[in-house]
Each structure stands twice: as structure tokens, then as C-alpha cells.
Design a protein around this ligand. Structure first.
Ligand SMILES: *[C@@H]1O[C@H](CO)[C@@H](O)[C@H](O)[C@H]1NC(C)=O
Length: 221
């Protein structure tokens, strides 16, 4: 009696896996190499008419309370922002593929405020900023609102989607630096590229110099 149910369970599992993998392809960085799990990358917004292409940094997007932090683009397009890493579900292969859940984690040792929150990204589904849900820091590894998927939008160019809509940018509270939100309005979609943090040239000192520079842009740091 037990055997058939185990077999059918396995078949179901295989079918589910096949459905999940279908349509997936490796996500590529700006050099055309596949994105690797738990490796540092800069998420580089693509510069457009409505977007300055500034790098991504955690930032207070509310006055009080200012935790959890939101995510803002730097006003200066040549600043890369803070690196992130992608964390795949347990048991997944080490390559990040499209249409597959990932957690996104800010890789920084300099984190002066809101330390009680994790460095994982999440969609804050409890409040809206001009009708859209903010992307904030303080996610949980396996929670639905911390789940992102990477979708192809062009040559080595991607967008980030969530169960609530697509990640986009709107003018934020500080000097109108674009703030990351989740939206169904395609005119606000944030297109991004992934650039691998070069471990050879970026030693610890220059990484922390970058980080300090990125963080100094914002009030409360
Ligand atoms: C986007 O549309 C979906 C489906 O209609 C809805 O569930 C979701 O709340 C919408 N998201 C936003 C940010 O308005």
C-alpha cells in the first residue's frame, strides 16, 4: 500500500520541478557570466529618460519611525551603491536562473542603524507609498514577501518581480532620490543589470570606502 503513494509522490515532485524549471535560463551578469548564489554583485539600474541609473542603497524613507529602511537609488549615477547577494532556496543549484525564487541580501558590514532588522529585502505589504508597496530591508529568508524573481527584459538586462507586482522606482522623500517600490505600472519598472564585484581590485578597504561613500549620502547615517 505504501509503495504506490511514495512513487506517485515522487512523480508529482518531478512534474512540479519540471514545471518550475521550464522557461528558466541562467541570469547573466554584465560580462555575460551566469549569476552565482551568495556572491557579491552590484544591481545597476539602467539609465533611462526617467531614471538616473544611480546605484542602490538602504535609506530611511520615513521620518519616524525610520526603521525598517527602504531602498533608494543614489543621486549620483556613477556611485555603484551597496553590493547584494542572491540566496537560492535550499537544495537549488548554485546558478541563479530566471523565474525562480531568490532572496536578495545587502552585503555590507557597515550597518549603523536598524540593526534589529535583517539585511534581506522584502515587500512591505502593510503600508503603501502613493498607492504602491515599498521595498524595505528586514525580510525573512523563506517568507512570501521576501521572495523575488529575476525576469529577462533584454540583453543582460532584467527586471525584478514579486508576488505583489514588479519592482519599480518613484521619486522618494529625500531630494527625490528614486525609491524602490512594487508596482503594476510598467512605466515605473526598474530595469537592472548585475555587475560582479571584482574581488581582486575591490579589497576590503576599498569596499568599505565605497560603502561609507554610499551611506554618507543619506540623513541618519
Ligand atoms: C498588482 O496586481 C495584482 C493582481 O491584480 C494585485 O494583486 C496587486 O495587489 C497589485 N499590486 C500593486 C502594487 O498594486
Amino acid at each position: 500500500m505504501k509503495k504506490p503513494s511514495v512513487v506517485s509522490f515522487l512523480i508529482t515532485l518531478l512534474l512540479a520541478a519540471a514545471v518550475c524549471i521550464q522557461g528558466s535560463e541562467p541570469v547573466k551578469d554584465t560580462d555575460g557570466n551566469p549569476l552565482i548564489d551568495r556572491t557579491k554583485y552590484f544591481i545597476q539600474p539602467v539609465k533611462t529618460k526617467s531614471n538616473n541609473g544611480g546605484g542602490l542603497v538602504p535609506a530611511a524613507t520615513n521620518i519616524l519611525p525610520f526603521c525598517p529602511l527602504g531602498i533608494t537609488q543614489t543621486l549620483l549615477p556613477y556611485q555603484p551603491g551597496l553590493p547584494v547577494s542572491f540566496h537560492l532556496p535550499l537544495g537549488a543549484k548554485h546558478t541563479v536562473v530566471t523565474s525562480f525564487p531568490v532572496n536578495i541580501y545587502f552585503e555590507s558590514n557597515i550597518w549603523p542603524v536598524c540593526n534589529e532588522f535583517s539585511k534581506f529585502w522584502e515587500v512591505d505589504d502593510s503600508k503603501s507609498v502613493s498607492g504602491e508597496l515599498p521595498v524595505v530591508i528586514g525580510g525573512k529568508r523563506f517568507a512570501d514577501n521576501s521572495r523575488f524573481e529575476i525576469e529577462k527584459a533584454g540583453e543582460n538586462t532584467y527586471k525584478l518581480t514579486t508576488l505583489y507586482g514588479t519592482v519599480g522606482a518613484i521619486p522618494g522623500a529625500w531630494l527625490s532620490a528614486p525609491q524602490l517600490i512594487v508596482t503594476n505600472d510598467t512605466s515605473k519598472t526598474l530595469l537592472v543589470k548585475f555587475s560582479k564585484v571584482d574581488d581582486v581590485t575591490t579589497d576590503d578597504t576599498s569596499t568599505s570606502r565605497e560603502e561609507k561613500l554610499a551611506l554618507r549620502m543619506f540623513p541618519f547615517y
